[in-house]
Write a protein that binds this ligand. Structure first.
Ligand code: HAM
Length: 428
């Protein structure tokens, strides 16, 4: 049988050298989450299709890997985790709010494959349930910003924030009737030229004048607090409260130390239908990459699945676009293979002794490899180099006769003899 060796389009065989960087990112995301008190959960990877199809359809509904299982149930690989989390919250009435959850796992969407957009991909989701407060919004955005600070990528990240309701009422107050249609087009504004954008709006039934107005209004963008006054002038009276909330968000983001990364941007809409107000998305400030992460407030989704009404806000961090950003920065791989020590046996007769050292060092928690294939001295040293061993413990008969072993520092090349009973101390 001949088997196609390539993995399916948009799925990747992450070999150890690629996985090391991803694993490091997963650890950073986890550390940031834990530092804010988010607790890790692990929901299923397959769900009933209805979680996505029975609510208002949106950009992911058409992209699901959906099929009928052997029991005749319509199921899907999860394209995103938010409806699953809403279901989990609805199921458990006993949870004390706020509930703060995070997790990193795989998702599947049948998308056009581009740089940073795959069909099988990882997201790191963070959500806060049970709070309507602007402080919860700020904490979610701060957690997202902190991930990029930890990765030393904050200079490259432009976090764009909007409020869908605000946009809708600004459009309405300017006499634009087909706001739903307009907002669908605005969602893609980033990817279009001016003429294409206006044409698309006209095709959806907006007049030429309305299309021009939508284009101009959605150009409003800049540091949040600097734009509040001009927003107040543009927005109708009934949404002044939402502008006050945006102002409070701007202030809270300053206190969290992430305001420099954030901008207000009236063109951010987001493709998912469940957002009820705040929406945000982050982009590479110097490039073409698609969003690095995205999220928002979804106060009605939980109640679509039952009686409990629970407001929520969250985001999902995108691993693939962040890896693309690291590549553009010349910082990929961030991590390679790491090995604390290689225990080299010079001859067959010392193999048992070498294994004993390997076992002791492993018990100390070190990552240790040793010869498994009767290889020569040179081959073993070459292998130790290829796995980036920090130190090589050379176990040879002559040394052992003097109650010694040799430790080679692989970075400097220095070798020194140490008494056998100092091995643990010297390598730990
Ligand atoms: P989303 O905007 O669809 O939102 O995805 C969030 C992030 O996941 C994107 O900004 C991107 O970085 C990454 N992502 C999305 N699709 C792909 C793909 N095909 N390949 C690689 N990365 C991708 C959501 O999924 C919401 N559930 C986020 C959320 C959580 N909202 C509230 N809580």
């Amino acid at each position: 049988m001949t088997v196609e060796l390539e993995s399916l389009k948009g799925t990747y065989d992450y070999y150890a050298e690629d996985w090391a960087t991803r694993k490091h990112l997963i650890e950073v995301v986890g550390e940031v989450a834990e530092s804010f008190g988010f607790r890790e959960i692990d929901p299923p990877s397959i769900e009933r299709q209805g979680l996505w199809t029975e609510k208002e359809e949106d950009s992911v509904t058409d992209e699901m890997y959906a099929f009928e299982d052997k029991g005749g149930k319509d199921i899907t690989l999860v394209p995103e985790q938010t409806p699953t989390r809403a279901r989990m919250i609805q199921r458990r009435k006993d949870l004390k709010t706020p509930v703060k959850w995070y997790s990193t796992s795989k998702r599947w969407r049948y998308e056009d494959v581009t740089k940073g957009r795959d069909r099988e991909f990882m997201q790191g989701d963070f959500d806060i349930f049970g709070l309507e407060s602007v402080e919860a919004d700020a904490e979610i955005i701060a957690a997202a910003g902190t991930i990029f600070k930890r990765l030393d990528l904050d200079d490259r990240v432009s976090l764009r924030i909007n409020d869908r309701e605000l946009l809708e009422s600004i459009l309405e107050s300017h006499g634009i009737e087909k706001t739903e249609e307009a907002m669908k087009v605005v969602d893609d504004k980033e990817k279009m030229g001016e003429e294409e954008f206006r044409e698309d709006l006209r095709e959806r039934g907006l007049s030429g004048e309305a299309a021009e107005q939508v284009d101009e209004l959605t150009d409003i963008s800049g540091p949040i607090l600097e734009n509040i006054e001009s927003l107040r002038e543009t927005a109708p009276e009934e949404v002044q409260e939402r502008i006050d909330r945006m102002e409070s968000l701007g202030e809270a983001l300053e206190r969290h130390g992430v305001a420099d990364m954030c901008r207000f941007d009236l063109s951010i809409v987001r493709g998912l239908a469940y957002y009820t107000g705040l929406v945000f998305e982050a982009f590479d400030s110097e490039g073409e990459l698609r969003a690095l992460f995205g999220g928002g407030r979804y106060d009605d989704l939980v109640s679509e699945f039952g009686e409990q009404e629970v407001p929520a806000v969250g985001f999902a961090f995108g691993y693939s676009p962040t890896i693309e950003l690291l590549k553009k920065e010349g910082r990929y791989p961030l991590k390679g293979t790491e090995t604390d020590a290689y225990v080299l046996s010079v001859s067959e007769s010392v193999r048992g002794k070498a294994l004993g050292y390997a076992a002791e060092l492993r018990n100390e928690g070190l990552c240790v490899e040793t010869d498994l294939g009767d290889r020569s001295f040179g081959q073993q040293l070459g292998y130790a180099d290829s796995i980036n061993a920090e130190k090589v413990l050379i176990v040879g008969e002559n040394d052992l006769e003097n109650d010694e072993v040799t430790v080679k520092d692989m970075e400097t090349g220095d070798e020194r003899k140490i008494p056998q009973d100092e091995v643990l101390e010297s390598l730990s």
